[in-house]
Write a new protein. Structure first.
Length: 398
């Protein structure tokens, strides 16, 4: 993969003027309205066993703008409205390809407030970004520079629940190129007591970001629950207060995972993880909060796309592989291994740390797959040796 093939989104916070905030808020509302109307039209056509594509919804948009009740759609830039139709088309493509559920309507209160601008709807010059329908550039906090000579191809403006404004610029990053190949490999076992246990014996502590702010968050949510339902200013302030706490938790968690995954990808050529079904695991009411706070899915996602960027390999071992019950020294399989057992001694006399042993077994299984391409099911009885498991190498592009 060449460097020019990597596109990255650089996200910055900005502070709009009152006029810019009003214009963007109108744009968000129009984007949501157009998306919902197009979805309703396609749903009605679907009920009649007809299909409506992007071109047809684009023609509908032109007609909607001519009506008296929707004339306000002409007051905002047309590009974000067209992009909303393209996003709906992509959602239906995922549905028909059985990769996603049927598209849902956007909610004014719950859905993400965002608008996407392509090159015809913004001007980026001398480090200043000016959007269509605006006279002044955005007041962006440049926390890091864009790549040398980079020109944004798409700009997405958004506002989170805490009221913060962000602009994300998608551009090619020539600085991202495959790292020099190494012969290092690591098995990674995720957990709750420790976020990660590596086959090298290293354990990464679980920061438990949500637990640190749990009392403050609970207090803010109690205050919110006491506010009357509606559009009152007091309830809006209480919502923003709770949203700011959630945003702080999310930001800390994301920052920690970015630093951790970048280090692992830079240090290792092959990374072996377990193919967990996190969405099923969070149905356990006793562990759902802890699992969600650990963000295993987000960790895996970051690991995969960074490995694709830097020429590394990620192997996901079959979720039924008994990594915790298998002795990494002799290969014997224990009949059971309750969660409260953190250390155990095998019949061969080897004492194992549960998580470190699992990471070693994952590494051995992943390397076996990488070398011989085996795809057999995990073993069910105590054998003479270990079996390989199915491989799932990441192909995600940024």
């Amino acid at each position: 993969m060449t460097a020019t093939q990597v596109k990255r989104a650089f996200k910055y916070r900005f502070y709009p003027t009152d006029a810019q905030a009003a214009e963007l808020s109108r744009t968000f509302g129009c984007v949501r309205k157009v998306y919902n109307m197009a979805l309703a039209a396609r749903t009605e056509a679907w009920a009649r066993q007809e299909r409506v594509n992007y071109n047809q919804t684009s023609a509908m948009l032109t007609e909607w703008k001519k009506t008296e009740e929707l004339t306000y759609l002409n007051e905002v830039s047309a590009v974000p409205l067209q992009q909303a139709l393209r996003h709906l088309q992509a959602a239906f493509a995922g549905f028909f390809g059985k990769r996603a559920k049927y598209p849902r309507f956007k909610s004014r209160k719950k859905s993400r407030r965002s608008a996407e601008y392509t090159t015809s709807a913004f001007r980026y010059r001398d480090g200043e970004l000016t959007l269509a329908k605006m006279d002044q550039p955005l007041d962006i906090v440049w926390s890091r520079p864009l790549p040398q000579g980079a020109v944004p191809s798409t700009v997405t403006v958004s506002q989170d629940g805490a009221g913060r404004w962000f602009v994300s610029m998608l551009c090619e990053d020539p600085s991202v190129r495959p790292l020099p190949a190494t012969n290092t490999a690591v098995g990674i076992d995720v957990g709750l007591d420790h976020l990660l246990a590596l086959s090298t014996g290293e354990k990464i502590a679980n920061p438990r970001h949500e637990r640190k702010d749990r009392a403050r968050l609970a207090r803010a949510q109690r205050e919110l629950s006491r506010k009357a339902q509606g559009e009152g200013a007091n309830r809006a302030r209480a919502c923003r207060k709770a949203a700011r706490i959630h945003a702080r938790i999310t930001d800390r968690r994301r920052d920690h995972l970015h630093k951790l995954t970048t280090r692992l990808v830079r240090e290792n050529q092959t990374l072996v993880i377990e193919d967990l079904t996190v969405r099923n695991m969070v149905r356990n009411r006793s562990l759902a909060r802890a699992i969600s706070d650990a963000a295993w899915s987000q960790f895996r996602s970051m690991l995969e796309y960074k490995a694709a960027w830097y020429g590394r390999e990620v192997i996901a071992v079959d979720r039924w592989f008994p990594s915790s019950r298998l002795c990494s020294h002799c290969g014997s399989l224990q009949p059971e291994m309750p969660l409260h057992v953190r250390t155990w001694t095998c019949a061969c006399g080897t004492t194992h740390d549960r998580d470190e042993n699992a990471a070693k077994n994952l590494l051995a299984a992943g390397l076996a797959v990488s070398v011989c391409g085996a795809g057999v099911r995990p073993q069910r009885r105590t054998p003479g040796g270990q079996s390989a498991t199915k491989q799932k190498t990441s192909q995600r592009e940024p």
